[in-house]
Design a binder for this molecule. Structure first.
Ligand code: FE2
Length: 189
């Protein structure tokens, strides 16, 4: 179906296969890649030694890493918990302090956690929600449903860069746990 779109630079969300059509970069994070993300670190470690589930996949369309260009990626964050704490992305801060980002939720249920200094905010993610991440805020997503993946597409400036270490110095102040058929937001690190 996509061949009929006039020639040019385009991508598409492949809803059937839950991926980004025309992506040119792919990343997969398993439990073994998420050291230090969950409260129950030892249980995560044991789970990684055994089944080592995939926690999320990222399908990215690259662009020149210069001012003015935009990057995009579809993230598929699978359902699951580590000792009752919902699966999440590692989370990052942008290296460039003046780069915002937009997430458009395509499917599933979850939370977008935002962190700046000691302040934590969150946005409920569900289909068609468009969440704005202001410049300077760290961001991480959590899948709060065991029924299926949280899927969203992100758009951000090509010069933003991603700092995954800063979350160790400025950790996310909230954690999200399973509670009956919903979730509860608890204190972070
Ligand atoms: Fe980002």
């Amino acid at each position: 179906m996509y061949e009929k779109i006039p020639a040019g630079f385009f991508t598409a969300f492949d809803r059937q296969n839950s991926l980004l059509y025309n992506a040119d970069d792919y990343e997969e994070r398993k439990l073994s890649d998420l050291q230090g993300c969950f409260v129950a670190e030892e249980i995560r470690h044991q789970m990684a030694l055994q089944e080592n589930k995939t926690v999320y996949r990222v399908y990215k369309k690259t662009a020149p890493l210069v001012a003015g260009e935009l990057l995009q990626a579809v993230t598929v964050l699978f359902p699951g918990t580590v000792n009752g704490e919902f699966f999440m992305t590692r989370g990052h801060y942008h290296i460039h302090p003046k780069c915002a980002e937009i997430f458009f939720c395509l499917g599933g249920r979850g939370l977008l956690l935002l962190q700046k200094g000691n302040e934590t905010k969150w946005v409920e993610m569900k289909p068609d929600v468009i969440a704005y991440i202001p410049a300077g805020w760290g961001h991480r997503t959590v899948n709060t449903s065991l029924a299926g993946p949280l899927v969203f597409i992100a758009f951000w400036p090509a010069v933003a860069g991603q700092n995954y270490q800063r979350r160790l110095k400025e950790p996310f102040g909230k954690r999200v746990f399973q509670a009956d058929r919903s979730y509860v937001i608890g204190d972070g690190d």
